[in-house]
Design a protein around this ligand. Structure first.
Ligand code: ASC
Length: 153
């Protein structure tokens, strides 16, 4: 291997696995993060329905939702770019004023989401219930801290 292709290979290996989107305009970042949260809610609500007995517990389907959530749970956060705090967003200024706290809340939600898959695969409904409840709590506490109730608040 030539040294240039070796350094290319090393550079590729060193690249973070998570690809984050780039945005031309603040509105693009807002639309993107909102879209990802919408998709997450659509899948999480189906897991919650199983956990709460509103839908039959199907461990395989639950694991599929959990896997999808785990793959996309990191996507919204890099889209909270500087300057995207105005206009059609419920994001509170604390996201930018207290970045370490926001990062910790994002991390907590990702960590809780990562536990959904093993819980679903265990086919133990009680375990799924408790994993779903933990994710629900991290959604809620992040919303309480960092999301305005409506665009007009
Ligand atoms: C959902 C959803 C949220 C969270 C939150 C949990 O299904 O869309 O935003 O759960 O309501 O407290």
């Amino acid at each position: 291997m030539k040294s240039s292709s070796l350094s290319m290979a090393i550079a590729l290996l060193a690249m973070p696995l998570a690809a984050s989107a780039q945005f031309a305009k603040p509105e693009d970042a807002q639309r993107y993060r909102k879209a990802v949260f919408t998709v997450m809610a659509a899948h999480f609500s189906q897991l919650a329905a199983m956990a709460n007995g509103r839908a039959p517990f199907d461990a395989k389907l639950a694991a599929t939702h959990a896997d999808l959530l785990g793959r996309i749970s990191h996507l919204p956060y890099p889209a909270f770019v500087e300057g995207s705090d105005q206009g059609a967003t419920q994001a509170k200024p604390d996201i930018w004023l207290q970045p370490a706290l926001f990062k910790a809340a994002a991390r907590r939600s990702q960590d809780d989401i990562a536990k959904l898959g093993p819980a679903a695969q265990s086919a133990d409904l009680a375990r799924l219930k408790s994993a779903v409840s933990a994710v629900g709590q991290s959604c809620k506490s992040c919303h309480d801290e960092f999301r305005r109730r409506s665009l007009s608040d």
